[in-house]
Design a protein around this ligand. Structure first.
Ligand code: FES
Ligand SMILES: [Fe+2]
Length: 342
């Protein structure tokens, strides 16, 4: 469905099972998405079970040191093959013990010798893709996807203006969610038009004036740049399409990154992996997390309200303010192009 530039997507697209089904096949099944930390699969023989927009993904570092990824679904009867992370010679399904090598090949399937015509070579794990960017691991269910570096384009050099990815270490993962469609959550992240009204503490800390809070759409990602009031220290917020958020607040080196994952049309689950410069003061960290949590709670209230309003069903669409919400317009066009594609 075509929309003029300042129209939002149809509100019905935010609670429709069929739209989510198309988003799964046309967007999430083909997209690079944050899947964990590169250090979790640094050693030969290590594996990590992760997820790409609802698709279970198994990432392994094989004996030769090559990073490989597979759909983490057993070829027998479809169990999610394994979870967690660690080091193994082989990956054994927890259901009937079909056992796969780190190259994805089926090595043993108990009792399969009693089956005429059973050829293990036909039942390898389906391939997917994994790649790293500094300390970050990205996954893509599509084995034919372009390389991650190509997809990220200028983003690594933009981020490098304000943070050195070699100078930060993993601190912790925080999980959270909201009763809202994943696009509502993404779109809330793509503008700071709501900051003066809804985020008093953020707006005290950061200059949210439209002339100084910069918005920059790119082909595969969207960027926002800000400065702290008083100090002028810089922050950056990025969305790598479709669903990976990256936050760098002004101040000592800090970064959080994580996916925004649909769990049905009415629910979104998220996590953020936090990285900091080593040795930061505990009090500073406590304050940082309290601030981040406060802003996050304010956003959860907003997106759940938007989702309820959209799902009421009486409004067809809304009106974007293109000077303040250009990143939403770009994201919505991106989504629409994929859902419309054959
Ligand atoms: S489903 Fe994996 S071995 Fe049966
Ligand atoms: Fe917000």
């Amino acid at each position: 469905m075509a929309t003029v530039d300042d129209r939002t997507l149809p509100f019905a697209w935010y609670s429709d099972e069929e739209v989510l089904r198309r988003e799964r096949t046309r967007i999430f099944a083909r997209a690079w998405q944050y899947g964990g930390r590169a250090e979790q699969v640094a050693e030969p023989g290590s594996f990590l079970a992760t997820d790409a927009g609802g698709v279970p993904i198994l990432v392994v570092r094989d004996k030769a040191g090559e990073l490989r990824a597979f759909i983490n679904v057993c070829r027998h009867r479809g169990a999610v093959l394994t979870d967690g992370c660690g080091k193994r010679e082989t990956i054994q399904c927890h259901y009937h013990a079909w056992t796969y090598g780190l190259d994805g090949s089926l090595r043993t399937a108990p009792r399969s010798d009693r089956e005429p015509g059973f050829d293990k070579a036909d039942w390898s794990l389906l391939p997917a893709k994994a790649d790293t960017w500094g300390p970050f691991l990205f996954v893509n269910p599509d084995p034919d996807a372009p390389p991650l570096a190509e997809y990220l384009g200028d983003l690594p050099s933009i981020l490098a203006r304000d943070i050195d990815l070699d100078g930060i270490v993993f601190h912790s993962r925080v999980e959270f969610g909201a009763s809202a469609n994943w696009k509502v959550v993404v779109e809330n992240f793509l503008e700071c038009y709501h900051c003066p009204t809804a985020h008093p503490s953020f707006s005290d800390a950061v200059d949210v004036h439209p002339d100084r809070y910069r918005l920059e759409p790119h082909e595969t990602f969207s960027s926002q740049f800000c400065e702290a009031r008083g100090t002028g220290e810089r922050g950056q917020f990025h969305l790598v399409y479709p669903n990976t958020g990256i936050n760098v607040f002004p101040g000592p080196a800090n970064l959080s990154i994580g996916p925004i994952v649909p769990h049905g049309p009415h629910r979104t689950e998220r996590y953020l992996d936090y990285f900091f410069a080593p040795g930061l003061d505990e009090d500073w960290l406590r304050e940082f997390f309290a601030f981040d949590d406060q802003v996050g709670k304010e956003d959860t209230t907003l997106v759940e309200s938007v989702h309820r309003g959209m799902a009421s069903g009486l409004l067809d669409h809304g009106r974007l303010l293109l000077a303040s919400e250009p990143l939403l317009a770009a994201f919505q066009r991106w989504v629409e192009a994929r859902l419309d594609a054959d």
